[in-house]
Ligand binder design. Structure first.
Ligand SMILES: *[C@@H]1O[C@H](CO)[C@@H](O)[C@H](O)[C@H]1NC(C)=O
Ligand SMILES: *[C@@H]1O[C@H](CO)[C@@H](O)[C@H](O)[C@H]1NC(C)=O
Ligand SMILES: *[C@@H]1O[C@H](CO)[C@@H](O)[C@H](O)[C@H]1NC(C)=O
Length: 387
């Protein structure tokens, strides 16, 4: 299965889907008869402005996403995202004919109409596990206490402003796409940063997966029937963790990619467990469509054959400072830094050492979109495309 050189027919297919994806993301018109709303949950991989809005509303120090060069490629100004441009959730929203998902938190007036076609509950820094559990385990919430359970509760609050009876609410959720994640990355990254050993961090994985599964179950009870559930990225290739574990034994690095093998195996462990539990959920709820979004395999391809996909730099952050990976944990991209940002973010896989460039997100989103097309019958391409 794990062949990283695309066979020619696969490559052709990839080109066709990418093209289709390109067309769809440029159309900005509804191309599906499936969904009337999208609701998403997660962390900074998916945050389209929540942490920024929260910080503004509480007059706290603004997060890095408030400052350039974040946003420079697509929005041409900081847009609340830890990226030079659009995130995977932005590309998926565009491809499905939706506007970018508005961040739920921090909006002063709390008008619910603005969320009728969707809302984003993902907050940068969010954990899957709740803060009382994590502080018991000495893993601090650095930027937010809005864990996944808090996000799901906020969603329920919002839903109750749209519908008054449970059957009304079910009707709304029948045509909603729920994007559950990526979440859990921070539980692990923050634990690694605290120097907790891998054996103990592995013990968090079933707990994280449990929270994801129970959140899906809660939404199924409310009537949601379509879920997209992303796994984790190959964190062994991330400049932040490569910097932290710099100088590891030579045989701990994959000679082909320069990534740390044991950290990538950790991501795979999370992803395998998540998929196993999703399979059980499918058996339990045969009428619910649960699509796993593979972030790992599309991304690992960039490290195996970067040039083929237009990348020149895989292990250095585009927006970062110092060291072999251009990453320094005490200087976040957006805060004043030592080194200038790279000239061409689209030739870098990593944006700031933790998050990815728009170019990376676009390719991953394209693979995820193909997965959606294959798994959701009513997204059948004959249907929504304007002729
Ligand atoms: C926090 O999470 C732990 C472990 O999942 C759970 O036992 C506990 O009840 C949760 N606490 C709150 C306040 O939600
Ligand atoms: C998170 O919760 C803890 C405990 O309630 C609190 O001390 C801390 O200030 C909170 N952090 C943030 C960023 O809200
Ligand atoms: C990271 O940046 C801080 C603050 O500028 C500096 O003191 C430190 O030496 C840097 N660390 C590395 C590894 O370059």
């Amino acid at each position: 299965m794990a062949t990283f050189s695309l066979s020619s027919s696969l490559k052709q297919k990839f080109v066709i889907v990418s093209f289709l994806f390109y067309i769809l993301t440029s159309l900005h018109s509804p191309v599906n008869a499936c969904f009337t709303s999208i609701f998403s949950f997660g962390d900074s991989i998916t945050d389209t402005g929540n942490l920024l809005a929260i910080a503004r509303s509480e007059s706290r120090q603004l997060p890095p996403s408030a400052f350039p060069p974040n946003g420079r490629t697509y929005f041409h100004h900081p847009a609340g995202r830890r990226c030079d441009g659009r995130l995977i959730i932005d590309f998926l929203a565009e491809a499905l004919g939706f506007p970018f998902l508005p961040p739920y938190y921090g909006s002063k007036n709390g008008r619910s109409e603005q969320f009728e076609t969707g809302a984003n509950f993902a907050v940068a820094g969010a954990h899957a596990l709740n803060s009382s559990f994590l502080s018991g385990n000495i893993i601090p919430s650095r930027s937010t206490n809005i864990s996944l359970a808090v996000q799901v509760n906020s969603f329920k609050d919002l839903l109750s402003s749209f519908c008054s009876s449970s059957s009304d609410c079910k009707e709304i959720l029948m045509t909603s796409l729920i994007v559950m994640g990526e979440i859990g990355g921070n539980d692990y990254n923050h634990a690694f940063r605290e120097g907790i050993n891998i054996k103990e961090i592995r013990e968090l994985v079933p707990l994280v997966v449990d929270i994801i599964i129970s959140s899906i179950n809660e939404l199924v009870e409310l009537g949601a029937v379509t879920f997209l559930v992303p796994g984790n990225f190959p964190i062994g290739c991330s400049p932040s963790l490569l910097t932290q574990f710099q100088g590891s034994d030579k045989d701990e690095y994959d000679p082909l990619t320069g990534c740390l093998t044991w950290l990538n195996q950790f991501s795979e462990y999370h992803n395998e467990l998540l998929q196993k539990e999703l399979e059980k959920l499918r058996t339990r709820h045969p009428d619910v469509n649960i699509v796993y979004a593979d972030y790992y395999n599309p991304t690992i391809r960039f490290y195996h054959s970067p040039n083929r996909l237009g990348f020149e730099e895989t292990l250095k952050a585009c927006c970062g400072s110092g060291g072999p990976y251009r990453f320094n944990a005490s200087i976040s991209c957006g805060y004043p830094q030592l080194d200038p940002c790279c000239n061409d973010p689209s030739s870098y896989v990593s944006w700031d050492g933790i998050h990815y460039t728009e170019a990376t997100y676009k390719l991953v989103a394209s693979a995820v979109f193909e997965e959606l097309l294959n798994s959701i019958p009513c997204l059948n391409m004959g249907e929504g495309i304007p002729s």
